[in-house]
Design a protein around this ligand. Structure first.
Ligand code: SF4
Length: 319
């Protein structure tokens, strides 16, 4: 008698919220629009990475839009500010040096700056919940607050604050920080301080990405996070996946995915940071298919990219 071994077909699912957000899309379109048809001296150059994705930065370079690390490197009269926003003192300095400034800050970040400033002007000591290692958005928001905010990234960080318990506290969060972690920090602050006022500024798109991974990746054994290493929201997705006890594969794009990485996997959930465009997500999906993996359609209500973009535009408009 012959025995046949039946192997269950290996499957993967791509998160509905995976990939590029409204603010990143807006920044890329904005800079391309500003560069179109301009003579070289008026094509904007970007101070820092416009968005956290080296593939997109490389593509912009090919199209003649350079990334520079400091204004001294500029060979144009127009300097663009990245989607993460910037310290207003830096912007003033650029203007004083004679540059025209093209502000590509995501309006959701601009709103957060305005809220942070209002809180500070109300006389509160500001706690900024965000990434502690230098991140452009955190540096920009700190700059708005004259570098006086205390940055904490976790409840443990909140425990280390040495202010008097009677100090009025204002809390604001990096737009891409995990709302669950922000709640934990708030709980700790409210335990330690008598008067704590929190103004929520979390980006809805990021909150949806994190919700989706928590809800829909439960049955997966492996989670692929497509992200640039320096992306705060990509790292958030990976942290949540690790907390769910999943095997996490953190890759820039399909060129980094190797068969050996998924040799033990049976069911994969793929998500991607807010700076990753479809080409990289589709590339990973196509590679898995070429290795015999079957794509599962997402369960539950579908939120399209257009609906997410509308939601973010409403948030940016303050609704
Ligand atoms: S705040 Fe949200 S929409 Fe704006 S750039 Fe960041 S992730 Fe994208």
């Amino acid at each position: 008698m012959r025995w046949y071994r039946i192997r269950a077909r290996r499957t993967f699912e791509v998160a509905q919220t995976a990939g590029v957000c409204w603010g990143v899309d807006r920044a890329i379109r904005g800079i391309r629009g500003a560069a179109r048809g301009k003579e070289r001296s008026r094509v904007p150059q970007v101070l820092g990475w416009l968005i956290h994705d080296q593939n997109s930065i490389r593509q912009l370079e090919k199209d003649g839009i350079r990334t520079i690390e400091s204004p001294e490197e500029a060979t144009t009269e127009v300097i663009a500010i990245t989607a993460h926003g910037r310290d207003p003192k830096d912007i003033r300095r650029l203007q004083e040096q004679g540059f025209k400034v093209l502000d590509m800050t995501c309006p959701i970040v601009t709103n957060q700056h305005a809220e942070a400033l209002k809180l500070k002007e109300s006389g509160r000591k500001i706690i900024l919940v965000g990434t502690r290692e230098p991140h452009p958005e955190v540096l920009g928001t700190r700059g708005v607050l004259d570098d006086e905010a205390i940055v904490v990234d976790s409840p443990f960080g909140a425990q280390l604050i040495t202010l008097h318990p009677e100090t009025p506290i204002g809390v604001i969060a990096q737009t891409t920080h995990d709302p669950v972690v922000v709640d934990e920090v708030l709980w700790e602050l409210k335990r330690r301080f008598r008067d704590v006022l929190y103004v929520p500024t979390a980006c809805g798109d990021i909150a949806l990405k994190l919700e989706e991974i928590r809800e829909k990746a439960q049955k997966a054994d492996t989670i692929i996070v497509i992200s640039e290493e320096r992306s705060a929201n990509g790292n958030n997705l990976a942290r949540v996946a690790r907390a769910m006890q999943k095997t996490v594969i953190f890759i820039l794009d399909e060129t980094k995915l190797e068969r050996a990485m998924i040799a033990q996997a049976r069911r994969i959930f793929i998500t991607a940071a807010a700076s990753k465009f479809e080409r990289d997500i589709d590339g990973v999906a196509a590679k898995l298919k070429s290795w015999g993996w079957r794509r599962r359609q997402p369960r539950g209500p579908v939120m399209t990219k257009e609906e997410r973009a509308k939601m973010s535009a409403r948030q940016a408009a303050g609704h």
